[in-house]
Design a protein around this ligand. Structure first.
Ligand code: RIB
Ligand code: CA
Length: 312
């Protein structure tokens, strides 16, 4: 019995690896990939999503374009991390596969309304704008989503785009607050967890020496993507954020977590987009998320390497 998922994403090299990992996993049925503005503008995130599907040898996957900007905030992008294409590293050919005509938000709503309730998981790798818009357009989907598994936020680890906020939440804090308040089963994979999943040289070499196209292309993506974080954190490799979402779906035992309350700061300019995680349960705010803090990073990379090796 495969697990149907929708991947909402702003590729982004780490998004690319997450998408490829999902496409290589027979346990998962990728119903569609919905692009959102984030790391780079929407025109590039949807293009990159299609390039990634073709790189993985899966040109039949449906890719949809969604929100071109956050709900209220002006769009903030991250070319300084991901390069001007958003997928700097390998030279990937222009995709032959077409972008779907349907808007991503309509695809999300229609899929959730047509499929049996409680069967589809939303895997979010970028700002939550598309998910928030879908909830506003059709509130009934909130009881039909099996779970949202989101890369985003940070608590003891702080922020990466401001001292207080992680990028995905910071770009659209109002969307994140709306989604977290919707009462949907929610798993949050924050920087506290993803900063332990480092693309060390030894791990990237396993990608580089794979006997397919996908592995070496991922290695080139990592070579580019990690340079910013290696400089910033002084670590051997950069944090591979988004594939942690797929790994949690496949092998949740690789992670440790607690069910706690998470609130998103939407007022203060100083801490806009900060995720206030009540890890020690010092308030009476109701738990609304399963927040991951620990990861077995060797187990994670073993799983990722095994899956990427299956691709074209
Ligand atoms: O903060 C890391 C997150 O922001 C990742 O999803 C990365 O792709 C960017 O979207
Ligand atoms: Ca992302």
């Amino acid at each position: 019995m495969t697990h149907p998922i929708i991947i909402d994403t702003d590729p982004g090299q780490d998004d690319a690896v997450a998408i490829m990992m999902a496409l290589a996993s027979p346990e998962l049925e990728v119903l569609g990939i919905t692009a959102v503005a984030g790391n780079v503008p929407l025109a590039l995130t949807e293009l990159n999503a299609r390039k990634i599907c073709e790189l993985a040898g899966k040109p039949d996957v449906k890719v949809f374009a969604g929100a071109i900007r956050p709900i209220l905030c002006n769009l903030v992008t991250a070319e300084h991390v991901h390069g001007k294409t958003g997928l700097d590293g390998p030279i990937l050919p222009e995709p032959k596969m077409q972008l779907q005509k349907q808007h991503a938000v309509d695809f999300i709503v229609d899929t959730l309304m047509e499929r049996p309730a409680g069967t589809v998981t939303l895997c979010t790798l970028g700002p939550l704008t598309n998910i928030a818009l879908a909830l506003i357009k059709e509130p009934r989907i909130s009881s039909r989503i099996k779970r949202i598994v989101a890369m985003g936020g940070g608590f003891f680890e702080g922020g990466n785009i401001t001292p207080a906020a992680e990028f995905n939440i910071y770009v659209d804090p109002h969307a994140a607050r709306l989604v977290l308040d919707a009462g949907i089963p929610f798993t949050l994979i924050p920087l506290d967890c993803t900063h332990q999943a480092l693309t060390t040289k030894a791990r990237v070499e396993k990608f580089r020496t794979m006997k397919n196209n996908s592995g070496p292309a991922v290695a080139l993506m990592m070579d580019f993507f990690e340079r910013f974080d290696v400089e910033k954190y002084g670590t051997d490799g950069g944090p591979l954020h988004d594939p942690c979402v797929i790994a949690w779906l496949l092998r949740p035992e690789l992670f440790t977590s607690r069910d706690v309350n998470v609130v998103v700061e939407c007022e203060s300019q100083l801490t806009m987009g900060m995720t206030i995680v009540d890890w020690w349960r010092v308030t009476d705010r109701k738990p609304n998320a399963t927040v991951c803090r620990g990861i077995n990073s060797d187990g994670f990379f073993d799983l990722l390497t095994e899956r990427l090796a299956k691709l074209a």
